[in-house]
Design a binder for this molecule. Structure first.
Ligand SMILES: *[C@@H]1O[C@H](CO)[C@@H](O)[C@H](O)[C@H]1NC(C)=O
Ligand SMILES: *[C@@H]1O[C@H](CO)[C@@H](O)[C@H](O)[C@H]1NC(C)=O
Ligand SMILES: *[C@@H]1O[C@H](CO)[C@@H](O)[C@H](O)[C@H]1NC(C)=O
Length: 978
């Protein structure tokens, strides 16, 4: 939900009037003026200038950072040394301690700090009491493993360089050059990643402010150190000091008690034309050039500063609600990556250039180098270099560090019905009944902020929600759930227990004095913000979710964390001032991008701890950081009922998936505005392939529950939702496997076909995990055909009628009238599904399965199926079924993949009657025509069952059905077709 607060009673009329005026001038478009451009963000501008200077003087440029050779030590996989930064105006050398950790996984971690700040030998301005160190706690939030040191040895060392061998069998090498300091990472004798190759490294060291007389700058004049737009960048290193000590934006002055302290580095990927990642941005999966690329939409660096961006625009490097500073570079036969672990405001410039000048990249498939420039406002420099070599390994090593998605409860991957707002408990019950009346499945209904009493979270509006428990009881009758919103702003109101405790226990974020509780505006009007960086706050916050404490909540209540960037309506860039103070004495600027995550961390823990026997939590978050994937689902925020938003949702969700955050989706239908029936229908047909599937709508929009659309739309939407439910076994298995490996759940072409160069740029079609299912949603008005790109030589089959689509490296035009979902099955897979329509996923628990066996050209197929109780942690103790299916030599077999534990036996018993009711073999050989039976072997017993063969017609594949083979999903068995 967005920062529109004009509905708020209690906001003064003048403020309201001013706000409305500003709103009318900007309807339907993002307010650029609310958010900084690079040259309005002092440190970004300074570092871009730094890069310009380095570039303009390339021949004479010397990066002022050099490694002090005698300090180099390598011990137990860790290299330490001191980098010395020389200054122009002083003979002093700034000491920057360096650590390079060579991890077991083959990842290299480079950390650079600043000795003076580390030791607290600096003076703060304005009597500030904040911490003197550079922020060094981002890793505490983001990293959960993968830090074991591996073997590393020095291969060669002289005055100019130190070469370290590391990684698997010492096949990786780090060429550490001493003066200037830079590092080339090699794999297979080639450079894949270069740090500071361009010399853009910049650690703004601490210095005292020298008071100078203030010069008046007249309009039109150029300030010292600045250049006019039309002039070439200064050749001499010039430093724009104007934003060192103070910076004003949108009427708010940032006091910067520690002065300038940005960190920046260039990271180049020689021979790599494509880079992906650094979500969330509303644009293509393949990241665009931001300097000199000629695309005027991309003349700003990609920005990461979690923000409540009202009516965000498409095709833009502007920041959005969450940030994962992880990028991967891809080319044929290789993927590498960089993870820039920093929680402060961060900008990334991307430049692609012909690599003729780089002899080391000769012989690679691309002659393009991608050069990136990472710029953060504060913090230590902490970057992880990942050497791949495949997309699968990159994501594995990244999620070894930051964690994988936790296994969600099953309802969470079914359909969620949301709106701002279901206005009464009767309204909720009515929607619940209407879904049943129209036979449309749904699992979860959501309550936005209006359910509370005056936006006081953990309360219910007694007029409109007099009986929340009765409401939830009705939902529970069909195993349905409620999600209620709980935001981090706390209404400043005496007598509101949450507010009273927040103050009396001193648990809120402070203003720049460090003493006073910060006060700002949000939904409830005058508000405070709970500081979930403080473990005591988290503990207290968790307590608020106890059933006793949150009256009206039930075991089927789950939670939505919105506005956690945090959104502050009257704050700079709609968030908190950067000089606000958090627990531990850190400034808000240090950890802004991590803020949202602290909040769903607490929510997750709260839901985990509210029951005696813990159940799997479900929380949705808007703001996120690297590691958030462990704790909650996310969505792409406040989109619009517009075709372009539907289209862009796909690369956005793919970008999150390849950056370790699979549990993601966009609001189906679009949040702002009223979708046409066609758009709404197409959005459902696409949305059923988001890992997180929720429809949502703004309070000013017309009601649009699927049963309201009328025919043919309601019927088509119902069919789409039933398809999602039918394929829940595929989704659930994908979540399980992703929770083990970190693998994306929806996969772009480059991930599945890493050697197919033609497909690297494709981001409007995607695969569902390893199931071989490939979809291409229609995302344009009036479109009745789609072009599906097929990368490989396998045959593909239409999911519904088994039409054959084949031909590698080309587009295939398929009919896609409004009632058609383009869904293909790649040969070689076995797809489990459940075909009986039910009201909710919980009611499908004991339903039988259908297996669709799609043979490849060699008559082979395989697949997996994971099942558990869908809500508890018993699966950890073996209460699950994990099967591998294989069709080979005319025989279909089911084998056990699970390891048993103390709860296995009991669980298998509870599932012992769940059967496979049908096996469909697509592209069944013609020899089967005369075959009337197949033999089934289970528990040592052989039986016969009927086989029905259907002839294809050249365009459609032949197929065969085994009806009721009498085999069980938890058992080992085989069906012999020969
Ligand atoms: C929440 O964050 C704290 C502090 O970083 C961490 O110790 C804890 O493990 C996190 N909780 C979860 C559920 O990840
Ligand atoms: C592909 O990558 C592998 C592993 O890095 C390497 O051994 C092989 O030489 C590469 N092949 C080509 C054609 O580049
Ligand atoms: C399934 O078959 C593919 C292709 O032959 C193979 O790469 C993959 O490892 C197999 N998976 C399992 C689980 O056996």
């Amino acid at each position: 939900m967005a920062a529109i607060w004009y509905r708020q009673t209690g906001v003064s009329l003048v403020v309201l009037w001013v706000f409305l005026l500003s709103l009318f001038s900007a309807i339907g478009a993002v307010k650029h003026g609310d958010f900084k451009k690079c040259d309005q963000s002092g440190f970004c501008k300074r570092n871009r200038q730094y890069a310009d200077t380095a570039k303009a003087t390339a021949n004479s440029w010397a990066s002022p950072y050099k490694l002090d050779q005698p300090t180099i030590k390598l011990q137990n996989g860790k290299l330490t040394a001191t980098i010395l930064k020389s200054l122009e105006d002083s003979t002093e050398l700034v000491k920057l301690p360096l650590t390079v950790s060579f991890l077991k996984s083959g990842v290299a971690r480079i950390e650079i700090d600043e000795e003076k700040r580390q030791k607290g030998l600096i003076e703060l301005r304005h009597g500030s009491k904040v911490r003197k160190e550079r922020y060094n706690e981002a890793a505490d939030w983001a990293i959960v493993g993968g830090l074991d040191l591996g073997a590393a040895k020095i291969k060669a060392s002289d005055k100019t360089q130190t070469v370290v061998q590391f990684g698997p069998d010492y096949t990786y090498e780090a060429y550490i050059y001493h003066n200037p300091f830079r590092v080339d990472f090699m794999r297979d004798g080639k450079v894949h990643v270069k740090l500071n190759g361009k010399g853009y490294m910049n650690m703004e060291h601490w210095r005292p402010k020298i008071e100078k007389p203030i010069e008046e700058v007249k309009e039109g004049e150029v300030k010292e150190g600045e250049t006019k737009e039309s002039e070439a960048p200064a050749v001499e290193p010039s430093i724009d000091e104007s934003t060192w000590w103070e910076e004003t934006f949108g009427g708010n002055t940032d006091s910067k008690p520690r002065g300038p302290e940005s960190v920046a580095m260039d990271i180049a990927f020689p021979g790599y034309e494509y880079v992906f990642g650094i979500p969330s941005h509303a644009g293509p999966l393949s990241l665009r050039e931001t300097r000199g690329g000629g695309d005027e939409k991309y003349d700003e660096p990609y920005r990461m500063y979690n923000s409540d961006v009202f009516e965000y625009e498409m095709d833009s490097p502007m920041t959005l609600y969450g940030a994962i500073p992880f990028m991967q570079a891809h080319r044929k036969n290789s993927t590498v990556g960089a993870f820039w672990l920093n929680g402060a405001e961060t900008w990334v410039d991307i430049v692609k250039s012909k690599s003729g000048s780089n002899p080391l990249s000769l012989g690679t498939s691309s002659s393009i180098d991608t050069e990136t420039h990472w710029i953060s406002e504060t913090g230590v420099l902490d970057v992880f270099v990942l050497l791949g070599p495949s997309p699968k390994e990159i994501i594995k090593t990244y999620t070894d560090l930051t964690g994988t998605t936790s296994m969600p409860p099953q309802f969470a991957i079914a359909y969620h019905q949301c709106r701002w707002n279901y206005v009464t408990d009767e309204d909720v019950k009515d929607v619940d009944r209407k879904f049943d009346k129209f036979n449309i499945p749904f699992d979860v209904i959501w309550l936005d902020i209006e359910y509370t009493e005056g936006k006081k979270y953990f309360t219910w509006d007694k007029q409109t929600f007099p009986d929340p428990l009765g409401m939830q009881k009705q939902l529970d009758a069909h195993d349905r759930k409620l999600v209620a919103i709980i935001d981090p702003h706390i209404k400043n109101a005496a007598g509101y227990h949450v507010s009273d405790e927040l103050k009396s226990k001193d648990l809120a974020v402070k203003d720049k004095s460090g003493d006073n509780i910060y006060q700002g505006w949000c939904w409830p009007g005058d508000s405070h913000w709970s500081d979930c960086f403080n473990p005591t706050t988290r503990k207290w916050f968790e307590g608020l979710f106890k059933y006793k404490s949150w009256e009206g909540s039930a075991t089927n209540t789950f939670v939505w964390n919105d506005m956690n960037e945090p959104s502050v309506f009257n704050g700079p860039e709609v968030t908190m001032p950067k000089d606000n103070v958090h627990y531990g004495g850190w400034e808000h600027r240090d950890l802004h991008n991590i803020n949202g995550m602290t909040f769903h961390n607490a929510t997750y823990t709260a839901l985990l701890n509210r029951d005696k026997v813990p159940k799997r939590p479900f929380a949705l978050t808007r703001s996120f950081f690297a590691g958030s994937q462990r704790l909650s689902a996310m969505w792409t925020g406040d989109n619009q009922a517009d075709w372009s938003h539907l289209a862009t949702s796909i690369p956005m969700v793919l970008s999150l998936n390849i950056a370790g955050y699979p549990f993601s989706g966009a609001d189906v239908g679009g949040f702002f505005g009223n979708p046409s029936s066609e758009l709404l229908t197409r959005w459902y047909q696409a949305g059923i392939f988001y890992p997180f599937l929720r429809a949502h709508a703004h309070i000013d929009t017309r009601r649009r529950e699927p049963y309201l659309s009328g025919e043919p739309y309601t019927g088509i939407i119902t069919k789409a939702l039933r398809l999602r439910y039918s394929l829940l076994p595929v989704w659930y298995t994908a979540f399980y496997e992703s929770s083990k490996t970190g693998a994306p759940i929806v996969r772009p072409n480059y991930y599945v076909h890493p050697d197919d160069e033609t497909g690297f740029d494709i981001d409007d079609q995607f695969y569902i995990a390893g199931s071989g299912l490939l979809t291409k949603p229609v995302t344009a008005e009036g479109e009745t055909k789609v072009d599906v790109y097929i990368a490989d030589n396998e045959r593909y089959y239409d999911y519904f009628d088994y039409s054959i689509i084949a031909g590698a490296g080309e587009d295939h035009t398929l009919d896609a009238p409004l009632d058609k979902i383009t869904l293909l099955m790649q040969g070689g897979h076995i797809i489990p599904r459940k075909d009986r329509p039910r009201r909710s996923s919980g009611l499908m628990k004991y339903d039988p399965y259908t297996l669709v066996v799609v043979l490849d050209s060699k008559g082979y197929a395989n697949g997996t199926l994971y099942i558990d109780d869908g809500e508890s942690y018993d699966f950890v103790d073996g209460a699950h079924i994990y099967r591998s299916f294989e069709f080979k030599d005319n025989k279909l077999t089911s084998d056990n993949l699970s390891t048993s534990g103390r709860k296995t036996k009991e669980y298998l018993k509870s599932m012992s009657k769940v059967r496979i009711e049908r096996v469909i073999v697509v592209t069944a050989p013609s020899e089967w025509e005369s075959r009337k039976e197949v033999s089934v072997l289970q528990d040592g017993k052989k039986t016969k069952t009927q086989l029905f063969w259907h002839k294809g017609d050249g365009k459609k594949a032949s197929w065969a059905v085994v009806g009721n083979p009498g085999v069980f999903v938890g058992s080992s068995w085989s069906i012999d077709f020969s």
